[in-house]
Design a protein around this ligand. Structure first.
Ligand SMILES: Cc1cc2nc3c(=O)[nH]c(=O)nc-3n(C[C@H](O)[C@H](O)[C@H](O)COP(=O)(O)O)c2cc1C
Length: 390
């Protein structure tokens, strides 16, 4: 069984994660974990915090001489900003308690968290609700993607739109069949968009947002290539891979919608224009002529690329803040505080999306192919694949 937990406050000493269920004998590159952390920190529109942090994962358990032991893996990511917050985030009582935060910002967990947990200082919500936590998830995802890579699975993401500017339905590239040059352009683009003209137009939207003290949302696509037929199940609601992938992606802070494959657009089309015709030939095996299903049928991966799109709301911290309310007094106030913030996080959210998709797939993979060592899992995998041929 695969499971993981993350812990840590945004301005506490560190974030950490414990991962269980990754088999023994999997080679792990620390540089590859740090590379994913670096990708999450990038993207045009990020704020000052990302200039302070240079995330790196320090393994505390579960790894030896560059491979997994099969025991729980613990990763620790230091918060460099902690140095500036020692007093305010001290685990022990301090002589002079810091000023409390009582104005709740719309669109954040401030109101819901403060009332639900009974906090009189919204700081006690902000610290854990902050998306700084996604750094820990990206580290877990980096372990999962190295596990999946051992079986030939790769994860990708790119940005489709920012602030209403982006690909039209007709111009959107078929990323599942894109070549290496396309992905090089994505990785080189500050917006993680292969189209240079669109990248510039999105940057303009972000600059307009910045000028107006506002923020920008957008849409990204995330893909998993090389996933075999057979992950997930139709047998119970919570085993359906589509639901598991949607939950993983919806859990990204600021995600407001997930589509799998053709998504909402399919609802307007006749069935004959939607369903992907099945074919078999000895060289390619089972395959489909199209992939509007996004690689999942009946809650089970069908051997085609898994594709999903995620709608990301404009982040809620605005330099020109919206009206707010005081959670202690109930007083309505005209503005709330501004805390250093990003303007647009869509490219970074795409990197978190890759991590979450890797986590959902590693979970389903370990369930299907079981085994305590990578070698045992590979035998199970190879044996299963042999049963698919006709
Ligand atoms: C990578 C990443 C970075 C983010 N950075 C910020 C930020 O700097 N300021 C902000 O207000 N929201 C930021 N967000 C979004 C908030 O964390 C999120 O909107 C908030 O926690 C409320 O959760 P919800 O939008 O899921 O309801 C970021 C999200 C992600 C994925």
């Amino acid at each position: 069984m695969f499971r993981f937990l993350t812990a840590g406050e945004s301005h506490g000493p560190a974030l950490s994660a414990i991962i269980e269920g990754i088999p023994a004998g999997l080679p792990i590159s620390r540089a590859a974990i740090d590379e994913q952390l670096r990708r999450r920190q990038g993207g045009y529109g990020r704020g000052g915090r990302m200039k302070i942090e240079r995330d790196a994962a320090d393994p505390l358990s579960g790894l030896r001489h560059g491979h997994t032991l099969g025991s729980p893996i613990t990763l620790r990511i230091e918060n460099k900003d902690w140095a500036n917050w020692r007093e305010r985030m001290s685990a022990d009582p301090v002589a002079e308690p810091p000023e409390t935060v009582t104005r709740v910002r719309p669109g954040h967990a401030d109101l819901t968290g403060a009332l639900k947990y009974g906090h009189a200082d919204v700081r006690e919500v902000i610290e854990r609700a902050s998306s700084r936590e996604t750094a820990a998830r990206v580290a877990v995802g980096a372990i999962c993607r190295q596990f999946l890579a051992a079986f030939g699975v790769t994860l990708r993401s790119h940005v489709l739109a920012v602030g209403g500017v982006g690909y039209s339905a007709d111009s959107r590239p078929n990323a599942a069949h894109a070549d290496a040059a396309f992905w090089e352009h994505v990785e080189a683009s500050e917006l993680r968009c292969a189209d240079e003209t669109l990248t510039q137009a999105m940057i303009q939207r972000i600059l307009e947002g910045k000028r107006d003290g506002d923020t920008r949302g957008g849409v990204f696509e995330v893909l998993a290539l090389g996933v075999p037929l057979g992950l997930g199940s139709y047998s119970q609601w919570d085993r359906r891979l589509s639901g598991r992938v949607a939950q993983a992606l919806m859990s990204i802070p600021s995600a407001k919608g997930v589509e799998i494959g053709g998504g909402f657009a399919l609802a307007a089309l006749p069935g004959s224009a939607v369903h992907d015709v099945v074919r078999y030939d000895p060289a390619r095996g089972w395959h489909h002529l199209t992939n509007r299903a996004g690689g999942i049928e009946g809650g089970i991966s069908n051997g085609e690329p898994i594709t999903a799109t995620v709608a990301v709301k404009p982040i809620p911290t605005l330099a020109h803040p919206l009206p707010a309310a005081d959670v202690v007094t109930g007083e309505n106030v005209e503005t709330t505080r501004y805390e250093r913030s990003d303007v647009c996080v869509v490219p970074a959210a795409g990197v978190v999306g890759e991590a979450m998709l890797a986590i959902a797939l590693a979970d389903a993979w370990i369930e299907k192919f079981g085994g305590d060592s990578l070698a045992e899992m590979r035998r199970n995998y190879d044996g299963y694949l042999a049963t698919l041929a006709r």
